[in-house]
Design a protein around this ligand. Sequence first.
Ligand SMILES: [Zn+2]
Length: 80
Amino acid sequence: MTSMQLPGYDAWKLQEPPAAIVVTECGRCGVDLCEGDEVYEYDGDYFCSSECLLDYMERCGYVRSMQLELSDVVSTDWED
Ligand SMILES: [Zn+2]
């Protein structure tokens, strides 16, 4: 299958991967966030995962986890 190899592939795979550039850290757990990482941004802070973002927002009171009750959903002040 040598004919299938792309030119330069051997040279490419022998190279050291470039050192990850730490850009910032997770606003919740503090893990390093590197260039190219897929992160969540909220209000100028960056988070490594949706779990960290959600935990952060929960601590700040922006969201809450709760047991859903029908009365929470049924609103008495419908418009239209
Ligand atoms: Zn995190």
